[in-house]
Structures are given as C-alpha cells and as structure tokens.
Design a protein around this ligand. Structure first.
Ligand code: NAD
Length: 547
C-alpha cells in the first residue's frame, strides 16, 4: 500500500466525513490509533475488497436503476476511493448507472433526488463576477472542466440546471476510466435559464426560473465563462457537453483555436465510431478510402463522425472533396443533397449532387454503401429490407446502430446478425447481449464514448496541450482500434471489453500526448517513456496507508 498524509487538522470525525480521504471501516488498527479514530468505527477492520462486496450486495438489491444511481452518488459523497474502485472494477454494470442511460433519468429527477452540492453552478446572473465565483472552488489544481448549459441533455431535450448530472457523471468516468485525479475535475452547469415549462413550474427545480437567454447575451455569458476558466485555472481543458446543435458547432469552432477544448458529442463520438470502422476493416481487409458511409441522422454525431472520417481519408491520400464524397447523410427530410435549400451549416459539406431521396431504405438502395451508421435517435429504422439490402451489396456489411437508449437503437444485435445471415460487422450505442446464430456466438460491443474521451483528456493534460486537434482524435481512434485483439474480432467484437478501459485510456493518452509534442502544442517537458509517464499520472482508487 502506498502512503499518503492527511492534512494535520484532519483527524477523527472530520477525516471520516471527508470523502476524498475517508476509508470507513478499512482504516487499520494503526491508523485508528494515530488519527483519533478509535471508537468512532465498528471494531472489525474490513478490506476494500470486502467493502466492494458490501456495496455490490446493497446496489443489486435496489429495485430500479434510479435507486442504484442514488445509492452510488451516496457512496461518491462518503468515500471517493471506494466509489471509483467499484466503477473501475465493474464498468459493465456501473457505467450504465452513473452515465447513460440512467443519468438521463437522474437529470429529469435532479431536484427531487438531490442530496448535496457537487460541482459549480454558474449563472447568467453571475456576469461580471464569474472569475470570483470560480475562485470559490476549494481545489486549485483543476485540469478538466466539463460544462453543459443543459439545453440538449442526451435525447431528453432542455433540462436546464438539472442537466448537472451530465458533467458530474462524465467527470466520474474521467476518473474511473483514465485515472484523472478527482480533485483535478470540475463539473460546471452554466445556468442560462430553461424553456422547459415543467421545470419552470416545479417548486423543486433548482435553476434560474427564467426562459433561456440567447443571441449576444448568451454569447457574452459563454465568453466571460471561458475567460474566467483560463484566468482561475490557466490552461484548463474545457469540455463542452450536451449543448444544442445551434450552439455546439459554433462554440467549438470559436474556441478550439483559442483554448484547450473539445466537444465529446461531436469529436469523441467521431473517434469511437472511426475506431469501430477501423476494426471492421481489419475483418473485411478493405481500405478506409474505399468505403462509402451512409448516416441516418445529420446532427452532432453524424457530422462529427463524417468530419473525422474525412480527416482519416485525407491522411491516406484522398483530397477533401473526394473524402467528403464518401460520406452521405439522411436527416428527417431525406437525403442531404445539393438541391436542398436552408441546410444547417454543419450539413452543407455533405450536400452532394444527387437527386433527392426521401426515405432511408431508398437511399441505401440508391447509394449501395459499405457501412450504415444510425445516429438519428429513431428506433427500428434499420429494418429487415435495409439490412437484407446491405447484405446483398456487401460480403461483410458494416452496421452501427449507435442511437441511445436501447429503445432508440436502429436495430437489435439479433436483427443485425439474423437479417444479414451472420455477416454484419455490428456495433451499437446501447449494450446488447451476445447472440447465438447458426452455431456461432457473436459478442457485439458498445461504441461507447467512454473508450475515447477519458484517454484524450489524460493525454491532453499530461502533455499540457494548448489545443485538442483532429490529429489527436485520429490518433485516439487508431490507438483504440489497436487494442482490439484477433480473438475479439473473431467473435464479432469491434471494441475491447470495457474492463480494459484503464489500459485503453493509457494507450490513448500516450498517443494523444505524442501528437501534442509532434504538433508543437505541448507545454510539458518531453518524456522518454511517454506511456510510462502517462500511466504514472493516473489516480489509483486502491486505498493508501496514512501511517
Ligand atoms: P442530434 O440531435 O445532434 O442529431 C440528431 C439528428 O437526427 C438530426 O440531424 C435530425 O435531423 C436527425 N433526425 C431526426 N429524426 C430523423 C428521422 N426520422 N430520420 C432521419 N434523421 C432524423 O443528436 P446527436 O448528438 O447526433 O445524437 C444522435 C443519437 O446518437 C442519439 O441517440 C445519441 O444517443 C446517439 N449517440 C451515440 C453515441 C455512441 O454510441 N457512442 C455517441 C453520440 C451520440
């Protein structure tokens, strides 16, 4: 056990009440004597492993996912190390509770299940004093802020200040999956009002009781907030999360060259999807530049993925125009084509010269793509005819049903395998159980953003990157794909098991940091053993000794 020293004054009950240091019943006999804990704890000293068993026993007894979420947040508030150890050791079971899908429910009920404050609420009313407000945060070594304005929480729309569950959950994943020390993480909810009438009428709603500000007033709030983050925590990485389309793209464009920032909904999703595509190509033996990808959906995920595929294809020799020509989008109006007017800016680069096609199945037949990627949040849209067409055009059709939650998935894993005679290379946004088809067992895995963003953050922080670039996301996608074993591929898994995520994050962290050094964007001194250096910075949730 490595050693740590609590601040001099932290002894006795104060130590037990500090979640960053508390070990509860795991304080040893010597620690109980040295730290004034004798008598304040039950007699038996319990190991962290036994505590984990107790947590699991209690969690598994909870009747529904929201109760599990509340119980886990309770643990987060009491004993951080144990909380992060439980998530790191049981990611398949815990990530769906602290993040999607359960976190969505938790946000909807935020004011009703509230226990105690976590993170910071900065509001439109704080204009002129945001830096001063940020200085109230108790830790000075913050290296990542996740910020949301609550306008587009998952697929649930405007949840205003109740969206705070998202930055909290995301930063828990940074710590659990990539070992970013908890004190270096700061969740922020930028409260600019809400247009959600149910929340405005709810006496337990905790945000500003006003409609959203917009236009120049909104931009001024964001600008002051960003400036304040850099003043109070110089160089801090600011990750935008769950902003509405109309703000997400332009805020990313506005700030990505100014500070260290990225948008996981756009760029993290892109890297995880590209990694899945690279894994699929290891199976088909095809080249990336020969793929034709058709998206159902044309929002943050679809255009983010397309943009990164274009970057990857350009790195392999295609021109930008040639690469764009290989990505096609279908939105709620049909195929995105040049003749359509009034297209949002992020769709325009993919508006190709082609006759209008109103329906997705017809677009599949017209374009004969090698891959279809569903990110429209409309369930059941990869129908039997669509999948049979894909299986007719391709020996190994690539089918990613990425929409969440499960009810919005474009098809189930079973449908994907059955309707392509077991030939689909399938990945999903929501988890699916293994599928037995014609004597073969397929183990589909989730294209979970948790494989990517924690490692990207880790690499950016370790290298003190001034910006987060497309090249870093490309490197992250390649590093993730490289962790997929032949055995994974043989059973249809395009991603590694989630239990491997800490090692995956270390690999991605090193790859991202390497790009930061190569691109001249690193503020940290060069390291001989980058992977070892990145690993050495990772927070370990196993208990340390105090004596
Ligand atoms: P978004 O709101 O930015 O985009 C949704 C897009 O779908 C919009 O372009 C909209 O026009 C289009 N759309 C809506 N109805 C449609 C219809 N009937 N037919 C065709 N298109 C339609 O949302 P987003 O951030 O892009 O996320 C979309 C989905 O992808 C969500 O379900 C989200 O959970 C999922 N997602 C999954 C992952 C992952 O698996 N790693 C990551 C990010 C997002």
């Amino acid at each position: 056990m490595s050693k740590q020293t609590p601040p001099e004054q932290l002894r006795g009950i104060a130590l037990l009440r500090d979640p960053a240091l508390n070990k509860g019943t795991a304080f040893t006999e010597a620690e109980r004597d040295a730290l004034g804990l004798r008598g304040l704890l039950p007699t038996q000293v319990i190991t962290q492993e036994a505590q984990i068993e107790r947590i699991l026993e209690n969690l598994r007894r909870q009747p529904d996912p929201l109760e599990k979420y509340v119980a886990l947040e309770g643990l987060h508030n009491r004993n951080e190390a144990l909380f992060f150890r439980v998530i790191a050791d049981y990611p398949d079971e815990m990530v769906p509770i602290i993040y999607t899908p359960t976190v969505g429910l938790a946000c909807q009920k935020f004011g009703h299940i509230y226990q105690r404050p976590r993170g910071m609420f900065i509001t439109a009313a704080d204009r002129g004093r945001m830096a001063q407000v940020l200085r109230n945060w108790p830790y000075r070594d913050v290296s990542i802020i996740v910020v949301s304005d609550g306008e587009r929480i998952l697929g649930l729309g405007d949840l205003g200040a109740s969206g705070m569950g998202i930055p909290i959950g995301k930063l828990s994943l940074y710590t659990a999956c990539a070992g970013i020390p908890p004190t270096q993480t700061l969740p922020v909810l930028l409260d600019v009002g809400t247009n959600n009438p149910t929340l405005l009428d709810d006496p337990l709603y905790q945000g500003l009781k006003q409609r959203r500000i917009s236009g120049a007033e909104y931009d001024a709030v964001i600008e002051e907030f960003i400036a304040a983050t850099q003043e109070v925590f110089p160089g801090v990485l600011v990750q935008f999360e769950d902003f509405a389309n109309h703000n997400a793209f332009r805020l990313l464009a506005k700030y990505r060259e100014r500070i260290c920032t990225f948008n996981d909904d756009i760029q993290g999703t892109a890297a995880v999807a590209l990694a899945g595509l690279l894994s699929a190509l290891r199976v088909t033996g095809g080249r990336l530049i020969d793929q034709k990808v058709l998206f159902l959906g044309a929002g943050e995920a679809a255009t983010g993925i397309s943009d990164l595929i274009v970057s990857a294809m350009r790195a392999q020799g295609l021109s930008e125009a040639e690469a764009r020509q290989r990505c096609w989008l279908v939105d709620s109006q049909g195929l995105v084509v040049a003749e359509r007017t009034g297209l949002a800016g992020h769709k325009q680069p993919y508006a190709h010269a082609h006759p209008m096609v109103a329906k997705f199945p017809d677009a599949v037949d017209a374009l004969r793509p090698t891959a279809i990627i569903g990110v429209a949040a409309v369930g059941g849209t990869f129908t039997e005819p669509v999948l049979r067409s894909m299986a007719q055009f391709n020996q190994r059709p690539i089918v990613f049903a990425l929409s969440n939650p499960t009810s919005k998935s474009e098809c189930t894993a079973q449908e994907a395998y059955r309707w392509t005679e077991g030939r689909a290379l399938f990945a999903s946004g929501s988890p699916f159980d293994p599928v037995d088809y014609e004597g073969q067992r397929f183990v589909p895995r989730q294209g979970n953003n948790s494989y990517i963003f924690p490692g990207v953050g880790l690499g950016a922080i370790a290298s003190k990157a001034r910006h987060v670039t497309d090249a870093m996301f490309l490197a992250a996608a390649e590093a993730l794909a490289a962790t997929v074993s032949e055995a994974d591929l043989a059973q249809g898994s395009l991603y590694p098991p989630l239990i491997a995520v800490r090692e995956v994050s270390a690999q991605i962290g090193a790859a991202v940091a390497n790009v930061a050094y190569t691109q001249g964007l690193a503020g940290a001194p060069e390291q001989k053993d980058l992977l070892g250096y990145v690993r050495s910075r990772m927070y370990d949730p196993r208990y340390k000794s105090f004596v």
